[in-house]
Design a protein around this ligand. Structure first.
Ligand code: UDP
Length: 434
């Protein structure tokens, strides 16, 4: 597998890389992350596009239009344009329904490019399998290579579903198989994901680049806890246990609530200063996870300590992370876990499930604690220590800042630029007349 560090071929730099078409069909980079279908992928697309543009690579992000009021083009940042492509009915559609609108989306994408006076793209980078399907058609039509990021793998996700969760459909699995065969290069978030692409999808290791996602080290900075707690209207001695992200079964916020209930059973005196904050909105069609969580809090007898908060801006989130005793990420599967890195960048240790990208995002025993499984007792044990031993907690927090400093979006873009150049060089060898 290609590593994060560019090799000689990647560094040749001879390949033209002036303009990229990024595809994010099912969710717009303009959406608020932390609710609905918007999450880490949206943050990734925005952060990478802005930094590519700063380095002179213009990025157009194509997404499906969800309202007739949206202009066809919106400038997200200098050099980054979001292009809203009408395809299917307006309004939010479930991801499973979007397959039906792939053809109109591709048609709209090709037409938008044909009418574009800015000229051609050098490469297509698609995010998530639906975008990959559209991206492959566009890339072939334009005679440019396709780089694809899966972000999550259906076969892997289906191996560790939360109770009651619906498995990813067979058509997605087949779609991912096709992309592994067709994409000129696959970007994996971690070495584990790269190995999974090889193991579960038969991908060729030579066509995979591992590029870690990052964190915005200007927004997510450490700061005094007491001041952050004050901003949230909480007293300085509060023990704040934090969950940030889309509220869905897969992310298991219920494990945090159950663990908090155990803490209070063992130490009723903690009730006066314990706060459990769940920041984020509903995700997934038809389910009412936030309502289920508030029912759960009631049945556990901890409604008085639980705060269910709506999705917050990145700047507001930084205050939550700084204020927290620990951020808890008990997910059943997680392709990387941006929340874990953001928390560490703010100096707050993470208590997370040992799944997916989290062992890369968190240094177990150093900047946080990884837990096997989802038994609330195991989470309660670690959280009890985080609350009771501030010196231990603070040491981990400081280590987290150091760990996160190595995971900047700048490093991500270095890795992506190297992968793009390799892809272009190889593509030119196989299609010499371009
Ligand atoms: N997020 C946000 N506001 C919120 C909740 C979440 O901006 O209220 C962001 C969060 O900061 C992170 C992203 O949503 O950058 C979630 O990414 P992660 O990789 O943790 O999970 P995913 O959504 O990809 O499953």
């Amino acid at each position: 597998m290609a590593s994060q560090t560019p090799g000689a071929e990647e560094q040749s730099g001879a390949e033209r890389l002036g303009r990229i078409a990024a595809i994010s069909l099912h969710t717009s980079p303009l959406d608020q992350p932390g609710t609905g279908d918007a999450g880490g992928l949206n943050v990734y697309v925005v952060e990478v596009a802005k930094r590519l543009a700063e380095r002179g690579v213009a990025v157009d992000v194509f997404t499906r239009a969800t309202s007739f009021e949206q202009p066809p083009e919106v400038e997200l940042a200098p050099g980054v344009t979001v292009r809203n492509v009408p395809a299917g009915p307006y309004g939010r559609l479930d991801k499973t329904a979007l397959v039906r609108y792939l053809c109109p989306f591709v048609h709209g994408l090709l037409r938008a490019q044909a009418e574009d006076l800015n000229g051609r793209y050098d490469l297509v980078h698609a995010h998530y399998w639906l975008s990959g399907q559209a991206g492959w058609s566009a890339a072939r039509e334009w005679g440019v290579p396709l780089v694809h990021s899966m972000h999550t793998l259906a076969r892997v996700k289906n191996l560790s579903l939360a109770e009651g969760d619906t498995p990813e459909p067979e058509e997605r699995v087949r779609g991912e198989d096709e992309l592994v065969a067709l994409a000129d290069r696959l970007i994996a978030n971690t070495d584990d994901e790269a190995a999974q692409l090889v193991h579960y999808y038969g991908a060729s290791p030579g066509r995979i680049s591992t590029v870690f996602p990052g964190v915005d080290l200007e927004t997510f900075t450490p700061g005094p806890r007491a001041e952050a707690l004050r901003r949230l209207g909480l007293p300085a001695d509060t023990a704040l246990l934090l969950f940030v992200g889309r509220v869905q079964r897969l992310k298991a916020p219920d494990v945090l609530l159950r663990a908090a209930a155990r803490l209070l059973e063992d130490d009723p005196g903690l009730r006066d200063r314990l706060v459990v904050a769940v920041v984020g909105g509903q995700s997934g069609s038809g389910c009412a996870e936030p309502e289920l969580l508030s029912d759960l809090a009631r049945s556990l007898g901890i409604s008085d300590v639980v705060r269910l908060e709506p999705p917050r801006s990145r700047e507001e989130l930084a205050h939550y992370y700084r204020a927290a005793t620990a951020t808890v990420v008990p997910s059943y599967s997680e392709s990387f876990g941006l929340v874990a890195v953001e928390s560490q960048a703010c100096g707050t240790p993470v208590v997370a499930a040992r799944v997916g990208g989290l062992p890369t995002a968190v240094r177990d025993g150093v900047s946080g604690v990884l837990i096997d499984g989802h038994d609330p007792d195991d989470y309660a044990r670690v959280l009890r220590r985080m609350v009771a031993e501030p010196a231990w907690r603070d040491r981990m927090g400081a280590a987290g800042v150091r760990h996160a400093s190595g995971l900047s979006w700048e490093a991500t873009v270095d890795g992506l630029m190297a992968a793009y150049r390799t892809t272009l060089a190889r593509y030119r060898l196989t299609v010499p007349c371009r």
